[in-house]
Design a protein around this ligand. Structure first.
Ligand code: ADP
Ligand code: MG
Length: 655
């Protein structure tokens, strides 16, 4: 007796994803089993914990296991667990939709992958998003899921052929837990798809991908033996239950006894990831706080790394018992890309989030893990630069958040950070190795007499390189760090120095790049200040709404003017970031610096000394200010007024 079958549509992104799966340009189809086993294992972990916490929950946890069941004639494979199960709503949420944020990113990535129609593009997509349950459709043309949540009476049956729709219905009697039945695609010799009803194939795949799973993965196998002799001999078939995996928790085994492949598969299980880890970090602490940890640095950033609800943290186990996913108390947010497990000896299985937040032991573990991860990255930098560059390109932006939030480790983070600079190559050509510099390398290249590290923040490398601020630095061959990540705007204000060298924005504060010992140039500057004094005073007044002050500049070689903030003012990029996030931004006026050698400035000076104040001259002043804004990539307050004035001036110059 079952209620009516409901037909539902997959959401558009899910459909596209399924389409990719069904036409399976993904090369390694065996991985579907890893995903189903991984889900079953998670479900068993959850049930064990739930049963421990909720003594009233009426479930039998005496024989938690995973079962593989095949039918060669019907060509089906069933993966069954007696774990936590799902309610109807959970099935709809978890299985029927891609209930993950970032659908916009996924949509973009999907259409790119589909257009490319290449295995590489699909692989990259899958590496970033993970596919999980849907990977079944690589090998099945229909998938049936039957599940009953622990403690509930009714079960849910879900079925789909991976096209536009799925069906869902209530079912009265089903064992507690979940079974996923794959109706396998026809065997196609050319497709190199293996026979997933074969005992040997399944055993091989489980050994390869899921050996460490902590629950037994069982299969019934038929064994035919010959009994009797001669005339009386006959074949007897018995059914045996065989456990396919060794079930050893990987983090408890010494590193040299575990192969890299085993570690990699374990990583995919704990991280729900499809990429290969870049680095494996086993840890063991004895003494007051005893724990073992197995951490991984991934090689591909997940699509949601910079989204508000990005997952932070590693799995927490207590004496081999799974306690929680994403334990944020164990890893600081800026290391949210680190995945893995921590298995603590001395915590209670009842430990709650609230307790974890107060716990001294947890805080100590977090400090140790943080240090260990940073030290590992430091080693990568010197010993495996290519891996380090991958890490930096994928996760550098997140790591730099630590410069703000983790003051204890700030120097260490600074020392393992990489930056673009005027002395490094642009990232767009093939050689990534020349794109980055460390601060130590910058310091080595500093000019004699240079005692600060120059940097400029902005939206892109090109914008900064072409900004007027850069002119004198380029002319004098002074290296400038080019900081273009939004997070750069934040940490530069919090980090005063690196190894005693102050960090100094070239867009802020006063600069004197002339050699100050040179008395001639000093005299020349005084003379100029006098020559331009009237103009500067008048401009200061005429542009009083926009700028604090007008001065002669030593930063410029080719541009007529530049806007300079004081040491504590916000950079224009930071102002834009604040505005974009809807936060009020205090109006900060900056100083307008003029290039006394520029023809326009000279002409303005003579025009001004000839006729003290007129409308035309005021327009020119406004234009000069507008040009300085545009040159640094800023936005005009009133673009229409600017273009009107510009049109008038151009007309005059032509007429
Ligand atoms: P992920 O495992 O990365 O969350 P999946 O697509 O593999 O993504 O699974 C989606 C969700 O469906 C899981 O998070 C889990 O909540 C639920 N789920 C899948 N398989 C099972 C199962 N065998 N038992 C209980 N819940 C399951
Ligand atoms: Mg999964």
């Amino acid at each position: 007796m079952s209620t009516k079958v409901e037909h539902r549509e997959f959401q558009a992104e899910t459909r596209q994803l399924l389409d990719l799966m069904i036409h399976s340009i993904y090369s390694n189809k065996d991985t579907f089993l890893r995903e189903l086993v991984s889900n079953a294992s998670d479900a068993l972990d959850k049930l064990k914990l739930e049963a421990f916490r909720d003594k009233d929950l009426d479930v039998d946890t005496s024989d938690l296991h995973i079962e593989l069941d095949t039918d060669a004639d019907a060509r089906t494979l069933t993966v069954r667990d007696n774990g936590i199960g799902m309610t109807r709503d959970e099935v709809v949420d978890l299985i029927g939709t891609l209930a993950k944020s970032g659908t916009a990113q996924l949509r973009g990535a999907l259409s790119a992958a589909q257009n490319a129609e290449s295995a590489a593009a699909a692989e990259e997509l899958i590496g970033q998003f993970g596919i999980g349950f849907y990977s079944s459709f690589m090998v099945a043309d229909t998938v049936t899921l039957l599940t009953r949540k622990a403690g509930e009476k009714t079960a849910t049956r879900w079925e789909s052929s991976g096209e536009d729709t799925y069906t869902i219905e209530e079912v009265d009697d089903a064992p507690q837990g979940t079974s996923v039945t794959l109706h396998l695609k026809p065997n196609d010799e050319d497709d190199h798809v293996r026979d997933y009803t074969s005992e040997w194939t399944l055993e091989d795949i489980v050994k390869k991908y899921s050996d460490f799973i902590a629950w037994p993965i069982r299969m019934q196998v038929e064994r035919t033996t010959t009994v009797g002799e001669g005339e009386d001999a006959k074949d007897e078939t018995t059914v045996e239950v065989k456990t396919l995996n060794s079930m050893k928790a990987l983090w408890t085994r010494p590193r040299d006894e575990v192969s890299d492949d085993e570690y990699h598969e374990f990583y995919k299980h704990v991280a729900h990831a499809w990429d290969e880890p870049l680095e494996i970090i086993p840890m063991k602490a004895e003494g007051t706080f005893e724990y073992q940890a197995l951490l991984f640095l991934p090689s591909v950033a997940p699509f949601d790394l910079f989204m508000r609800d990005a997952k932070v943290g590693v799995q927490l186990y207590v004496r081999r018992v799974f306690i929680m996913d994403d334990c944020e108390e164990l890893i600081p947010p800026y290391l949210r890309f680190v995945k893995g497990v921590v298995d603590a000896q001395d915590l209670s299985l009842n430990v709650s989030r609230e307790i974890l937040q107060q716990d001294r032991q947890i805080r100590a573990i977090r400090r140790r893990l943080t240090k260990k991860v940073l030290a590992t990255i430091k080693d990568l930098r010197t010993e495996q630069p290519e891996k380090y560059r991958t890490l930096w390109t994928q996760f550098g932006r997140a790591l730099k958040e630590g410069l703000l939030s983790d003051t204890d480790n700030r120097d260490l983070i600074l020392s393992i950070s990489a930056f673009e600079s005027t002395a490094t190559d642009r990232g767009d050509d093939a050689d990534e190795s020349a794109r980055w510099t460390s601060l130590a390398e910058y310091v080595e290249r500093m000019k004699p007499g240079q005692d600060v590290v120059y940097y400029m923040t902005g939206e892109s490398r090109q914008q900064i390189e072409n900004s007027p601020h850069m002119e004198a630095f380029a002319a004098k061959g002074l290296e400038v760090l080019l900081l273009t990540d939004p997070v750069d705007e934040m940490w530069v204000d919090a980090v005063p120095e690196f190894e005693g060298k102050r960090l100094q924005s070239i867009a802020k504060g006063e600069f004197d790049l002339d050699d100050s010992e040179d008395e001639d140039s000093e005299a020349k500057r005084d003379e100029r200040e006098k020559q331009f004094a009237d103009l500067l005073a008048w401009l200061g007044d005429a542009l009083g709404d926009h700028v604090r002050d007008v001065k002669i500049s030593s930063r410029l070689t080719t541009s007529p003017a530049v806007l300079v903030g004081d040491a504590f003012s916000m950079s224009p990029t930071l102002e834009r970031l604040y505005r974009a996030s809807g936060q009020p931004v205090p109006v900060t006026k900056r100083t307008l610096e003029l290039n006394p050698d520029h023809e326009l400035v000279k002409a303005l000076e003579s025009a001004h000394s000839a006729s003290t104040d007129d409308a035309e001259l005021r327009d020119t002043a406004e234009l000069l200010y507008g040009m300085a804004l545009i040159a640094e990539g800023g936005e005009l307050d009133d673009p229409a007024a600017f273009t009107r004035k510009l049109a008038q001036q151009l007309t005059r110059s032509l007429g």
